[in-house]
Design a protein around this ligand. Structure first.
Ligand SMILES: Nc1nc2c(c(=O)[nH]1)N[C@H]1C(S)=C(S)[C@@H](COP(=O)(O)OP(=O)(O)OC[C@H]3O[C@@H](n4cnc5c(=O)[nH]c(N)nc54)[C@H](O)[C@@H]3O)O[C@H]1N2
Ligand SMILES: Nc1nc2c(c(=O)[nH]1)N[C@H]1C(S)=C(S)[C@@H](COP(=O)(O)OP(=O)(O)OC[C@H]3O[C@@H](n4cnc5c(=O)[nH]c(N)nc54)[C@H](O)[C@@H]3O)O[C@H]1N2
Ligand code: SF4
Ligand SMILES: [Mo]
Length: 741
């Protein structure tokens, strides 16, 4: 008797004719997977594979990384600089000299007429670190506007602000390896499974080796929640209440780490006094998690030898985003869970290089975590760049979310948009549209010329994409990793690095004796500048934690990424890896070395459902798409799984309103309306709908985006809507017309 097939017929993979593999780091999310790009005999990138030697992904990639080689030739790539006198007029193709001359002249005219800060620059978390550093030099050292910020205000600002308030510095203290050591993990407002798939795989693998409780806090039953041991469907915007209540139970039952608190924390008494008010019985009424569950989770966390928290946008994008981050830090501080293997407070970053901009772009200050408010820092950087110290403002300017209102009021007249697409990604897009009409001059610098923001632009700088360029990204766990150019930039597009350097030559010196900062010719030279600035003593008299001095492109490549701090002494002593964790000695970045326990009262200030707008509107992402779909919308194997905008709706609520699966409905908020297709699912509760934000003219027409007072990050995930019936044929037609690709 024979089992199986007689003649084996193995599946044959299509041979793509790869003759060489070139090294890069993924350009989508902040997991920072190491990628090898397969090049065929004609020199064209034809495929990708995960780098087996890399600590981060160990050969794995998600759908976006697997299809990344297709990006280079996607439709809509910008091939030549464009220019026009008025918005909505046809574009004229031009050369780089003309577009630079015109744009520099317009920026200078506007600055002379309305003041230096009337030109605003809005950048990104998606260009290379050397590019960020060069842009910072141009923005702070030559153009001299203080209204310079990035889309990280929509993304990581609350985490940055919370880390600074709790620990005295930005910088996630943990690493992915912590999954291997933890005894309890709480994930706050993160859908890791879809949004950081390879990191989820690391977590899953750790749990297969060694079981430990995984608790997911999310109002939706996400894919991540489905894999968890406990799912806490928190009432939107009330995580702070839950966190204060967990602390209440821990202190009430004496489960705190007294020695750690005494040695490493300030502010305990005031904190303890505040959390007294958050007994589980009262807290349950606000946060929607029953008191038994609150007690169980508090005990699990406090009694675990090592416990860790991770979080993403469910925490950051809230009116108490920064407080939520501090409350997570509080929880870890009172239980002594920072800086030990498996014990940490780890914000999961979003964009591929959101960390690089925080470190080196000068958006919110000066390079290397230096502050405009600090006189010594201003002096140090002015000397290093060879410019006048007085040229620097003495405090940071507007955040991205305040730059747009300042355009509305006429305070800002020119805008330079770099690698971000605010017409789709900012809240209340109707208002953003009107706001952009007020600009006298707008430059868009993007890899695609068909991005929505182009409608309001006067000039277009076509940029090279991802691995057409050279430089580094930093990932969630502070790992600096390399991108090598696998191909020449498309047509006449140029690396952002080249654009910043060349554009700088079109500005007159604003400094005494005609001084100008130097813009090196290669990313490698810029990397050396950053290394020099990363050395030495930090603001508290201790060594800088953001230390790159041991790194070089060569050893980064050898190690497939190196975590900072990695000091020259380490490299000289033959140590190959950077430090996996920060604050391992319980000493923080405040002058006295102690972390701050903060008393954080909850203030109810969201737009909540009422009679007229009875549903919560929640928004987020799906695995196949990245943000505003400028890239994944054009990659067949990404787009085909999620080609149309849709809304998750609870079947019971739908039945009551007479709405069926796959019907179109109109959503109405106090800002605007949007037509969207319904997908019935128990993933969302009865009084909530969820829409992925990837589609233009959809969820952000409705969103409110109230701002967090510390981070100025919008509460994208909490507002209220009502649902109306629409004519199905009309809606289908509208949908086809609007979704050209
Ligand atoms: N496939 C893919 N991956 C990505 C991205 C992408 O666009 N596509 N973008 C990258 C970027 S820049 C980012 S910032 C990350 C985002 O990564 P995530 O934050 O994990 O993703 P989101 O879907 O935005 O939101 C996560 C969850 O927050 C929940 N939530 C909503 N309100 C609340 C609340 O009040 N409390 C709590 N606890 N949870 C709440 C939502 O229900 C949602 O499931 O993903 C990165 N990775
Ligand atoms: N409703 C709702 N809205 C949200 C969110 C949400 O959860 N809900 N999330 C928010 C978050 S966390 C984020 S991070 C933002 C993201 O919002 P955006 O930053 O606006 O989104 P992207 O589509 O990533 O825009 C990046 C742009 O840069 C271009 N680009 C890519 N690579 C390069 C390059 O190398 N050089 C140049 N010059 N251009 C390049 C891309 O083509 C694209 O146009 O959206 C925010 N908006
Ligand atoms: S998990 Fe993130 S970094 Fe890794 S391949 Fe997917 S998108 Fe790229
Ligand atoms: Mo983000």
């Amino acid at each position: 008797m024979m089992f199986g097939r007689k003649h084996k017929n193995p599946i044959k993979m299509h041979d793509k004719g790869v003759v060489e593999w070139k090294y890069a780091t993924c350009g989508y999310c902040s997991v920072g997977c190491s990628i090898e790009v397969g090049i065929d005999a004609k020199g064209e990138p034809v495929t990708t594979r995960g780098s087996g030697k890399a600590d981060v992904n160990r050969g794995k990639l998600c759908i976006k990384g697997l299809t990344e080689a297709e990006l280079f030739n996607t439709p809509g790539r910008g091939s030549e600089p464009l220019i026009r006198n008025k918005t909505f007029e046809p574009w004229q193709q031009t050369d780089w000299d003309t577009v630079f001359k015109k744009s520099a002249a317009e920026f200078q005219r506007i600055q002379q007429t309305y003041g230096r800060d009337a030109v605003a620059i809005v950048s990104t978390g998606q260009i290379l670190t050397e590019e960020f550093y060069s842009l910072g030099k141009l923005a702070r050292g030559v153009i001299g506007t203080n209204n310079y910020d990035g889309n990280t205000t929509l993304c990581m600002a609350s985490a940055v602000s919370g880390y600074k308030r709790s620990f005295g510095s930005d910088g996630p203290p943990g690493c992915y390896g912590d999954f291997e050591h933890t005894d309890c993990l709480i994930a706050w407002g993160s859908n890791l499974t879809e949004q950081h798939p390879v990191l989820y795989w690391r977590l899953k693998e750790a749990r297969e080796k060694r079981k430990f409780p995984l608790i997911v806090v999310d109002p939706r039953v996400t894919m991540f929640a489905q894999f968890a041991d406990m799912h806490l469907p928190v009432t939107p915007g009330t995580d702070l209440v839950l966190l204060n209540s967990l602390a209440h139970v821990i202190l009430d039952e004496g489960l705190q780490d007294e020695a750690y608190i005494r040695q490493s924390c300030n502010g305990f008494d005031e904190f303890a006094e505040l959390v007294k008010q958050y007994d589980p019985t009262s807290a349950a009424k606000i946060c929607g998690i029953d008191e038994d569950t609150i007690r169980t989770v508090a005990r699990l966390y406090a009694k675990a030898d090592n416990a860790m928290s991770i979080w993403t946008m469910g925490i950051n994008q809230s009116t108490h985003g920064s407080d939520g981050v501090c409350a997570i830090n509080n929880l870890n501080l009172i239980t002594g869970n920072i800086g030990k293997p498996g014990s940490t407070s780890l914000s999961i970053t979003g964009q591929c290089n959101a960390m690089g901009t925080r470190e080196w772009s000068s958006c919110s200050g000066l390079p290397g975590y230096r502050a405009l408010e600090n006189e010594n820092h201003r002096k140090e950087i002015a000397e290093f760049w060879g410019i006048d110290e007085e040229f620097f403002p003495t405090k940071r300017g507007l955040f991205m979310t305040d730059i747009f209102p300042a355009i509305e009021t006429g305070e800002i007249k020119a805008l330079w948009v770099i690698a971000t697409n605010p017409m789709t990604s900012m809240p209340n897009s109707g208002r953003i549209r009107k706001t952009l009409e007020n600009l006298e001059y707008c430059v868009v610098q993007d890899v695609y010329e068909d991005v929505e923001t182009m409608q309001y632009a006067h000039a277009y700088f076509p940029a090279a994409i991802w691995a057409e360029k050279e430089g580094v990204f930093t990932n969630t766990e502070r790992r600096v990793n390399l991108i090598t150019p696998v191909k020449k930039p498309y047509a006449n597009s140029k690396a952002d690095f080249w654009i910043f350097r060349e554009f700088s030559r079109y500005f007159e010196s604003p400094h005494s004796d005609g001084k100008m900062p130097h813009f090196p010719d290669t990313p490698k030279e810029v990397f050396e500048e950053m290394k020099t600035l990363s050395h030495g003593i930090g603001p508290n008299g201790r060594d800088r934690i953001l230390d790159y001095t041991g790194m070089s492109y060569e050893n980064i490549y050898e190690q497939r990424g190196i975590q900072w701090p990695y000091r020259k002494e380490d490299a000289d002593n033959g140590i190959e890896k950077g430090e996996a964790r920060l604050y391992t000695d319980g000493v923080f970045q405040f002058p006295d070395g102690k972390a701050k326990l903060l008393a954080l009262p909850y203030v109810e200030n969201n737009e909540v459902p009422d009679q007229d707008f009875p549903f919560w509107l929640n928004s987020g992402r799906v695995v196949e798409h990245f943000h505003t779909r400028t890239r994944t919308g054009k990659v067949g194997n990404c787009n085909k799984y999620s080609p149309t905008p849709y809304m998750e709706m609870n079947p019971d609520a739908a039945e009551e309103l007479g709405i069926e699966h796959m019907q179109y409905v109109r959503l109405v908020s106090r800002r605007g309306d949007a037509v969207v297709m319904v997908q019935l699912t128990q993933r969302v509760p009865y009084n909530m709908v969820f829409i992925p934000f990837h589609f233009h003219d959809c969820v952000n027409r409705l969103s409110l985006g109230l701002l967090d007072p510390y981070s100025r990050q919008p509460a994208f995930k909490q507002c209220s809507v009502r649902i109306e019936h629409v004519d199905q044929q009309e809606a289908a037609q509208l949908n086809v017309e609007m979704r050209a690709y």
